[in-house]
Design a protein around this ligand. Structure first.
Ligand code: CP
Ligand code: NVA
Length: 298
């Protein structure tokens, strides 16, 4: 009962609602069974990373190991994507060596070019436009907590960034309702908001009120460090703390993709408090990564 999916996972375009549901169902089974297998025996995944990572790198490496395969980590200092060597040439080399590429890049166009030029699957391990592996772990976490997605109200408070983009892409496929609150100037793409039928506001309290989920991410993403001072000013009032969390639905939970910048978008109390499911969410990166690798690399 192998699932058929597009060759690559760059974002969720081309992914059906059924494909997403099947991936999450597979991840649930792999988690329940603490699965170890040999399906990817002898297969190698290249991790081509322009930026640092804890969760994405570790879960992809461990997932490959649990499925009988192996991962090779290639950092930007060694490979020099677009500097030492053009993306096309990297793709046309790696496809001769390995069975898949997971790439963490600054520009989404880089993962698109890798996917276009390599005949092997390319997985987006975070770009400026999308973080699909994160959204899959988020969906699994919501399913575990609430039993399903239909009608859940998810409030995103903070930057209109890559993590939000993937959540917005996934939302209409599974029936999640997203409310987005960003400061002026940090709104996500309007077409994406419309496709997701998302509610938009500049008021974090309005977004949080009665929601089942409050989700945030750093105000300054990797690569935006030069804007940090300005962002600290612009995002004032958008911190997810005990006060904002108290507005949620009584069963409401807090999610954060991590890493957290404490004292900025959130507090230690929020991440380590009773409503937090942040570390289940992080664990689910492993199970969903396994589901993706098993499906795309088998
Ligand atoms: N959430 C996430 O992608 O974490 P890393 O940047 O540590 O991989
Ligand atoms: N928006 C953050 C997510 C990190 C997992 C970034 O791009 O740095």
């Amino acid at each position: 009962d192998a699932l058929t999916l597009p060759k690559d996972l760059l974002d969720f375009y081309g992914y059906s609602a059924q494909a997403i549901r099947d991936l999450i169902a597979l991840a649930e089974r792999l988690k329940r069974e603490r699965y170890r297998g040999e399906e990817l025996k002898g297969k190698v995944l290249a991790l081509l990373f322009e930026k640092p990572s804890l969760r994405t790198r570790t879960t992809l490496e461990v997932a490959m190991l649990h499925l009988g395969g192996h991962a090779v980590y290639l950092d930007q200092k060694q490979v020099g994507i677009g500097e030492r060597e053009p993306v096309r040439d990297i793709a046309k080399n790696l496809e001769r060596f390995v069975e898949g590429i997971a790439a963490r890049v600054y520009r989404h166009a880089t993962v698109e070019a890798l996917a276009r030029h390599a005949r092997i699957p390319v997985i987006n391990a975070l770009s400026d436009r999308a973080h699909p592996l994160q959204a899959l772990a988020d969906l699994l976490t919501l399913k575990e907590v609430f039993g399903g997605w239909e009608g859940l109200e998810v409030a995103w408070v903070g930057d209109g960034n890559n993590v939000l983009y993937s959540l917005l892409e996934a939302a209409p496929l599974v029936g999640l309702r997203v409310r987005v609150a960003t400061p002026k100037g940090y709104e996500p793409d309007r077409a994406l908001l419309e496709r997701a039928h998302a509610y938009f506001t500049h008021d974090p309290k309005e977004a949080a009120f009665g929601a089942h989920v409050l989700y945030t991410d750093v105000w300054t993403s990797m690569g935006q460090e030069a804007e940090r001072e300005k962002r600290l000013r612009d995002f004032r009032g958008f911190q997810v703390n005990g006060e904002l969390l108290s507005l949620l639905h009584p069963e409401g939970i807090f999610l954060h993709c991590l890493p957290a910048h404490y004292g900025e978008e959130t507090t230690e109390e929020a991440v380590h408090g009773a409503r937090s499911r942040v570390f289940d969410q992080a664990e689910n990166r492993l199970h969903t990564a396994k589901a993706v690798l098993l499906t795309l690399l088998s």
